[in-house]
Design a protein around this ligand. Structure first.
Ligand code: IMP
Length: 431
């Protein structure tokens, strides 16, 4: 099978961008299939940092076609900004290197305004969204009043769709949240202009991907966010508004499930979370601060400090089940250097009972106390290590214990931000 899907197994920010970028050199196509510019992938190549929110991480490879599937919600202003930024650095020189599905839904400024007004109105009880309009855009998609990329190319249709959206959203924004209504005329002109700019990229991605797969070309599906933020299977309501588990690859890209090959899960060697919601292994003490500093744990989309804690095997085991992981890429192992001892949550205690799963009830999850196993720590700089055998013995034991606890073989270990600071144990396409 010539396709590989890469998905997050925790609460996002596991380092998917680095892993996708690494494998993109072996891929003909890199496809995003869910989420929007709530994601943020930091790529470091030759000391040069690129942060992408929407365009797939494979764009740094000239021979790779990047596609955005119908399951993604696209903010056209962000897409144009990223295209301009890449072009000015000599990248993305061919229009055909980036395709956006004509069926993908558009994030409008009114979606952003609603997202922010709503979370602010909820105060302490807010989700802590990225404020990018993701949730409201998906709501309009499901309510069948959304604007799709293809609509940006037809003025009559565009105006009609915008009227539908604004009729409901302006009323909500004004009456419930006391916000300013959006005028149709400037919005229509803005969206029509984006349509003209993006016209060379708007395409039937489903059919393109099908033809590529049928011709035996290698397709990498790049997930955004992670299993615990999945709208169905995550820690609801503190989740994002899309399906983040591997099942979304098919629906969000328009490729039938039989074309989906292996799924590689990305897990950080510890755990982080941004936004609200329970986090059983969270460390609110000096150790949490140490992880944040050592791991540079600040959101690449919002700049928010990430909450940090020990590795939670319950979470990753559950994600392995949800996405059928064939392998695990363990990132940021180097950050754990110098910590003695290390801890890993193997189960939870909820109301006096041992739990091996993440409870569905937010109240029970709030009460979940991690049951820890202590593991010997390790020292030294791991950045130059390229072979598993060369890792300190305690680091190898830590990795092996994660394999046992999650039931998934570790096929890649990241020991630094750079592309080459990686220990590859197996070819991901041949897992
Ligand atoms: P939204 O996706 O902006 O609606 O935010 C919903 C929740 O998902 C919030 O807790 C966000 O912090 C979180 N979230 C969304 N995207 C990401 C991501 O790429 N990494 C980590 N957390 C994310």
């Amino acid at each position: 099978m010539s396709s590989l899907a890469i998905v997050g197994t925790q609460w996002g920010d596991e380092g998917k961008g680095k892993v996708v970028d690494l494998f993109a050199s072996h891929a003909d196509v890199v496809a995003r299939y869910q989420g929007g510019n709530n994601a943020g992938h930091t790529l470091v190549v030759g000391g040069d940092k690129t942060i992408l929110h929407l365009i797939p991480s494979g764009v740094l490879h000239e021979q790779t076609t990047c596609v955005i599937g119908s399951g993604v919600v696209v903010d056209p202003s962000v897409l144009c900004f990223e295209i301009d930024g890449l072009r000015s650095r000599g990248l993305l020189q061919r229009d055909g290197q980036l395709l956006v599905d004509e069926r993908a839904h558009v994030i409008l400024p009114v979606h952003r305004a609603l997202d922010q007004a709503r979370d602010a109105a909820l105060g302490e009880r807010g989700i802590g969204t990225t404020g990018r309009g993701i949730g409201p855009a998906y709501e309009d998609k499901m309510a069948r009043r959304g604007v799709r990329m293809v609509d940006l190319l037809d003025s009559q249709v565009l105006r009609h769709r915008l009227e539908l959206v604004l009729a409901e959203r302006n009323a909500l924004l004004r009456t419930v949240y006391g916000g300013e209504a959006f005028d149709i005329d400037p919005l229509f002109a803005e969206m029509r202009d984006f349509g003209q700019r993006l016209r060379p990229h708007i395409a039937d991605v489903s059919s393109f991907l099908h033809d590529e797969l049928a011709a035996g070309r290698r397709v990498l599906f790049e997930g955004a966010q992670a299993a615990m933020l999945d709208i169905d299977h995550g820690t609801y309501p503190y989740v994002t508004s899309s399906t983040t588990v591997a099942g979304a690859v098919a629906t969000g890209s328009g490729v039938a499930p039989r074309w989906i090959g292996r799924v590689l899960g990305i897990a950080k060697a510890y755990t982080t979370r941004v936004g609200a919601g329970s986090f059983p292994t969270e460390l609110t003490d000096d150790m949490g601060d140490h992880l944040r500093q050592a791991g540079g744990e600040y959101g690449s989309t919002t700049g928010r400090p990430r909450r940090c804690g020990w590795f939670d095997a319950v979470v990753v085991r559950q994600s392995a089940r949800l996405s059928g992981l064939a392998g695990l890429a363990l990132t940021k192992l180097d950050v754990l250097s110098g910590i003695h001892p290390l801890r890993v949550a193997v189960a939870y205690e909820v109301d006096g009972r041992r739990w091996a799963r993440v409870p569905a009830s937010a109240a029970e999850f709030e009460q979940a106390r991690p049951i820890y196993e202590e593991l010997e720590g390790f020292d030294g700089d791991l950045a130059d290590i390229r072979r598993f055998e060369d890792l300190p013995e305690a680091a190898r034991r830590y990795v092996s214990r994660i394999e046992e606890l999650t039931g998934v073989p570790v096929t890649l270990i990241s020991v630094g931000a750079e592309r080459d600071e990686t220990i590859l144990l197996r070819d991901p396409f041949l897992l």
